[in-house]
Design a protein around this ligand. Structure first.
Ligand code: GLN
Length: 250
């Protein structure tokens, strides 16, 4: 199969190994006999909600977020339609913030977002930085741990009823208080975790790939052949151990 991936604003939102996450999708797809076809979607480009099986938005600082936010708003209807069609999505950090209703920066300015996720973000005066460990259950009964690194000033508050990506075992998560991290809506996942996320959490890469394949085939998410993932497991444990040493939720 061809898996059509749209990478939103790769020239602006790209600071956290975001290209690495795409490389993981590409390699893991190829090892299962699928081809990833990557399209960059930049400022002024139109976004056809039917044209992609997977959308990716990476991380960036406030400055880069401010540069793309007005354009993103023009694409928000298409992003929400893609979400309703079951297009798989991964949004990391700055991109995660802007897929919500918006981000209020320290200087009081408000960047409106795409309003896919039911959340809003307000910058605090300290940064939340360090290794994170989460417990996720995207499909009932299937629990996975997710390890990553967070670095953000924004505090993201989910609306009541919005589903987090996971529960914080170690680290700050969305706001340092709720115990929630990230957001999940159907096949769309947003998270603060990066550094890099997918190389050390191959289960999440495969979950998204399988949803993208479901969209490509208008069928059910297929089971993907297991891969050895020895290095990946090692990378996960190093990261999870560091998060554990950090202790508690802080
Ligand atoms: N505005 C973001 C913050 O909270 C940027 C996050 C990021 O991608 N570094 O700090």
């Amino acid at each position: 199969m061809r898996i059509r991936v749209g990478h939103l604003y790769p020239e602006y939102l790209n600071i956290y190994a975001d290209r690495g996450n795409i490389a993981v999708f590409s390699r893991r797809a190829a090892l299962r006999g699928h081809e990833l076809v990557l399209t960059a979607i930049g400022l002024g480009d139109s976004l056809d909600p039917t044209a992609f099986d997977l959308l990716y938005v990476g991380g960036g600082q406030d400055r880069e977020q401010a540069l793309i936010a007005p354009d993103l708003v023009t694409k928000s209807e298409a992003i929400r339609q893609a979400g309703e069609r079951g297009v798989a999505m991964l949004a990391v950090c700055g991109g995660y913030q802007l897929l919500g209703r918006g981000y209020r920066a320290r200087d009081g300015s408000f960047l409106p977002g795409a309003a896919l996720f039911a959340h809003e973000t307000v910058a605090g005066d300290t940064r939340m930085i360090g290794d994170v460990l989460l417990e996720c259950e995207l499909d009932p009964g299937e629990r996975h741990l997710l390890a990553g690194f967070e670095n953000h000033a924004g505090r993201t508050l989910l609306d009541a009823g919005a589903e987090p990506l996971g529960r914080v075992v170690h680290g700050f998560g969305n706001d340092g208080e709720s115990g929630f991290e990230g957001c999940r809506l159907g096949n769309a996942v947003g998270t603060y975790l990066h550094g890099p996320l997918l190389p050390r959490n191959p289960w999440l890469a495969d979950w998204l790939l399988s949803r993208a394949l479901a969209h490509a085939t208008s069928g059910e998410p297929p089971a993907l052949a297991q891969l050895p993932d020895t290095l990946e497991a090692e990378a996960f444990s190093v990261s999870a151990e560091r998060a554990k040493r950090r202790g508690g939720r802080r």
